[in-house]
Write a protein that binds this ligand. Structure first.
Ligand code: BGC
Length: 524
């Protein structure tokens, strides 16, 4: 069969939808956008904040990051947060997902010392969002481990399970009266697998044999601990829901014969971070447990490098999520490794344990971030897989976004990206009957894109990094997204968003601008 070109497939998806049902989103579907603390806040040592591993890393190894960039100032959201609320309000976002920088609230990470300025910062942000009718969705950990904890072994030390629980209790105590949707950990699989296997990113530790798996175990237990604390001590009074947001990489088989390997790959990538929580039997995915044991014994170890859970731990983790959250950007293809192939690094190029090689789909297109091939159909397949594996948990897409470079205010590629991925979400909903809570466009504003510094941009709003106030300017995609939100449909006329700033009616604009002006730089 001749391969259909990518555009034709997208067109088919569009027609399928138009014929099948509609391009409209149900009334309970929520649209939001997101950022993460280190990527936007700056104020790295302001007002009593302690150092995180990212603060230390960018200062000690500036050459590691493109343009020697640091997050010292970033988008300066620590001071300019009202501008972020304003941007969110102008788009009429229903929610804004942001994260709490652990050592901003607890300078050493430990719960015995609380930083009042950090507490106030997030409290004010939450209040301002609520005043605009925007729901705050809070991620408790988006990678800023306090240095003291890293020096004690970080996520490879089992004690971190308790430390994270203590930290979570502090943030619930402070904010659970107003925050009703929580995420414990952002992309635990990126932290454990990508960071330790590559040796880049803030820990700068390359250790593939044990660290990824110890980290995996402790992150699952830390999540479950934070969930149990919420469930027992806070939910009865405040209500609310809580989950964990793994990186949901869809894995396609290279040929139909490779489907079993692709399934093993999915279990290795996402199953290790979901099966303990969402499956009926709990614990590690059995297929991965088997492969890891075989591989470890072959290497001469006496037990699996994937550390076992006790029966008690399995019970403790089971059911510890109220919805299924996922960051979904991309799809990779898997095939069995051949003689002469490099061993591969999970989850970018392959896996020695699975004896598998990963590569990018031929049909993929690219933004600036090469490791995130654009492949919208993977979104639907991933969502349907989650339903088939774990049942009818409502799914919240907690991240999805397109990378560009330069200023690019006329970011029509980002507009197409959002449209194409949202189409796949509609197909998952209407054709595969997947329950969906909402969609989060990554990211509200440009941000420090980790190893790529400021060269790679995901923002619906551009940030002028040369301006002391880090001025925010809406991109075309923000107008498009606000039209989708206003219409609650993908059936949006170009005239809606191409009118650009006039989309925000002058009344709205004046009102919002008035409320937040003059631009706040008084704390600078
Ligand atoms: C992370 C974000 C990051 C985005 C784009 C996700 O893996 O959660 O922090 O900016 O991908 O690379």
């Amino acid at each position: 069969m001749t391969m259909l070109p990518y555009q034709a497939i997208v067109l088919c998806a569009f027609l399928q939808l138009t014929w099948a049902s509609s391009l409209s989103f149900p009334s309970d579907f929520k649209f939001g956008s997101a950022t993460a603390s280190y990527q936007v806040e700056g104020g790295w040592d302001a007002d009593g904040k302690g150092p995180s591993i990212w603060d230390r890393y960018v200062h000690e190894f500036p050459g590691d990051i493109k343009g020697n960039a640091t997050g010292d100032v970033a988008g300066d959201s620590y001071h300019q947060w009202r501008e972020d609320v304003k941007a969110a309000a102008k788009m009429k976002l229903q929610f804004y997902r942001f994260s709490i920088n652990w050592p901003r609230v607890l300078p050493t990470g430990f719960a015995n010392e609380i930083n009042p300025a950090g507490v106030k910062y997030y409290s004010d942000l939450i209040d301002a969002l609520l005043a605009e009718g925007i729901e705050p969705i809070v991620t408790i950990f988006h990678w800023e481990l306090p240095v003291k904890m890293q020096d004690l072994g970080g996520w490879t030390n089992p004690l971190i399970v308790k430390w994270f629980g203590d930290y979570a209790r502090v943030v619930y105590t402070l904010y659970a009266d107003r925050v009703k949707t929580w995420l414990t950990l952002n992309e635990p699989n990126t932290v454990c697998d990508y960071f330790y296997n590559s040796g880049v990113f803030a820990t700068r530790i390359k250790e593939s044999d044990f660290a990824p798996f110890l980290c995996n175990k402790h992150m699952m237990l830390a999540h479950a601990t934070a969930y149990r604390i919420f469930d027992k001590e806070f939910r009865p009074k405040y209500k609310g829901k809580i989950s964990i947001a793994p990186h949901a990489l869809w894995i396609e088989p290279a040929t139909p014969e490779d489907e079993a390997l692709a399934e093993l790959g999915r279990q290795h990538q996402l199953g290790r971070y979901s099966h303990p929580i969402y499956s009926k039997e709990g614990g590690w995915p059995p297929s991965v447990e088997k492969v890891m044991l075989e591989h470890s014994l072959q290497q001469g170890h006496t037990e699996s490098r994937l550390p076992a859970f006790t029966e008690q731990e399995i019970e403790f983790m089971k059911g510890t999520a109220d919805y299924y959250a996922m960051n979904q950007y991309t799809t990779y293809v898997i095939r069995p490794s051949k003689a002469g192939d490099e061993a591969g690094m999970w989850f970018l190029t392959g896996s020695p344990e699975l004896q598998a090689t990963l590569y990018h789909p031929e049909k993929a297109t690219y933004g600036t971030a090469y490791i995130l091939p654009v492949y919208p159909e993977g979104m639907r397949k991933m969502m349907s897989w989650v339903k088939q594996q774990y049942g009818d948990y409502p799914i919240l897409i907690t991240e999805n976004g397109f990378s560009s470079t330069g200023s690019q205010l006329d970011d029509h590629q980002r507009v197409d990206y959002i449209k194409n991925y949202l189409e796949q979400i509609l197909l998952a909903m209407y054709k595969d009957k997947v329950k969906v809570m909402g969609y989060t466009a990554w990211s509200l504003i440009d941000s420090f894109e980790w190893m790529d510094g400021y060269e790679t941009k995901f923002g619906l709003y551009e940030i002028d990094y040369n301006h002391p106030n880090r001025t925010r300017t809406p991109r075309l995609s923000s107008f498009y997204y606000s039209c989708v939100i206003a219409e609650r449909s993908l059936d949006v006329a170009e005239s809606c968003y191409k009118k650009d700033s006039s989309k925000v009616s002058s009344d709205d604009k004046n009102e919002i601008d008035k409320k937040y002006s003059p631009p706040v730089n008084d704390e600078l």
